[in-house]
Ligand binder design. Structure first.
Ligand SMILES: Nc1ncnc2c1ncn2[C@@H]1O[C@H](COP(=O)(O)OP(=O)(O)OP(=O)(O)O)[C@@H](O)[C@H]1O
Ligand SMILES: [Mg+2]
Length: 351
């Protein structure tokens, strides 16, 4: 369907000029039925009105539209934009201009939404942070006050109180270190020191360092049958050690007594390796799953059992894996267990 709204200014001028010049030249024909005069009248009125309308559109309408575009982009036009204003914009129909403005408004709306969620996130972060610091500080304050007001001379409790105070100091130190780690990761200050290493060897080393914790709960650790063949990955070994350590610590903390932890390593398409850790512990409810990678997020079960840490572990893992350009994922079922993993680049040589 013909729609004058979709015409560019040039087409619009030509269309209007035609609408004007045809009846005028027909008028000439009725006055003097001479086809040369009629043709000249048609050409002159068409050209004259075309130029006039084009001029009016350009000067009074498209100049204003150019101003709107400049405002939208809020920059002093560079060479490319100048070319755009000069040659591309005048070809745009009013409808296309409206679409551009609508697109711009949508973008602005999205930016504002993002700012709002960031603001809410910042508030929640500060609340969580002060809560996490308050707990150990008040505990330390309690023990120190009790010791000062006489308990220090009571050999039955003084050592225990000091040990408890020291435990809370450790908790605060851990928290400060985790926060420091997260902010360094977020600011991109820590460059990755990538190299080649065999993922199974690293997992076995970490099993070894965690053996005191796993054997305390009589948890068996293993590498899944069929996944033992060494796979070389290209990544920052120490950072990946931190990730696996965090994931295996979680699997132990939230794993069941006499349970098991199994690591699986799958080659996907010859480019990526999928590394997963499965436990048969308390599991994570469906409603919590999408949030466990958030800073300070802990499920109620983790809290109530009083085994959870600060809730920063998985946030740090996610940062490290994303810094490698890879992704983390989790599957879990309450009272059945959790499988959590990530991908890495598979490589046999650095080039
Ligand atoms: N393997 C798992 N089984 C069940 N729940 C888990 C598991 N891993 C993580 N979670 C849940 O996800 C939450 C977030 O884990 P995350 O490692 O970030 O924190 P955390 O273990 O509580 O503390 P941190 O690791 O900082 O000492 C945990 O508190 C726990 O509720
Ligand atoms: Mg953890």
């Amino acid at each position: 369907m013909f729609n004058p709204k979709n015409l560019s200014p040039k087409q619009l001028s030509a269309f209007t000029a035609l609408v004007l010049s045809v009846p005028i030249s027909l008028g000439f024909w009725f006055l003097r039925p001479n086809w040369i005069i009629t043709l000249v009248a048609l050409c002159v009125t068409f050209l004259g009105s075309y130029l006039l309308i084009q001029f009016v559109l350009e000067w009074f309408i498209y100049r204003k539209i150019k101003l709107i575009y400049k405002f939208i982009y809020q920059t002093k036009a560079n060479k490319r934009e100048e070319t755009y204003y000069k040659y591309i914009l005048p070809q745009k129909s009013i409808d296309e201009v409206r679409e551009d403005v609508e697109k711009w408004a949508e973008q602005r709306k999205a930016e504002i939404e993002l700012l709002k969620t960031n603001e809410a996130y910042r508030k929640e972060f500060l609340q969580n942070l002060s809560h996490e610091f308050k707990t150990p500080i008040f505990a330390i304050q309690g023990y120190v006050d009790t010791l000062l007001s006489g308990a220090i001379d009571n050999p039955a409790v003084n050592r225990r109180f000091l040990e408890n105070a020291a435990k809370n100091v450790d908790r605060m130190v851990n928290l400060a270190e985790d926060l420091d780690e997260i902010s360094r990761l977020e600011s991109g200050e820590q460059p990755l020191n990538k190299g080649l290493f065999v993922i199974q060897d690293l997992i076995k080393e970490i099993y070894e360092t965690l053996s005191i914790k796993t054997s305390a709960k009589n948890i068996k650790t293993s590498i899944k049958k069929g996944c033992e063949a060494p796979v070389t990955v290209y990544a920052d070994k120490e950072k990946i050690r931190q990730v696996i350590n965090n994931l295996l610590e979680n699997a132990t903390k939230y794993g069941k007594q006499d349970g098991s932890i199994v690591s699986s390593i799958y080659k996907t398409d010859g480019r990526l390796v999928l590394i997963e850790f499965s436990d048969d512990g308390i599991g994570i409810g469906e409603d919590h799953l999408p949030r466990i990678f958030e800073r300070f997020y802990r499920t109620d079960r983790g809290r109530s059992r009083d085994v959870g840490g600060t809730g920063l572990g998985l946030a740090i893992c996610k940062h490290i894996i994303e810094a490698h350009g890879q992704t983390m994922h989790v599957r879990s079922k309450l009272d059945v267990g959790t499988t959590i993993g990530f991908t890495l680049d598979e490589r046999t040589s650095i080039n």
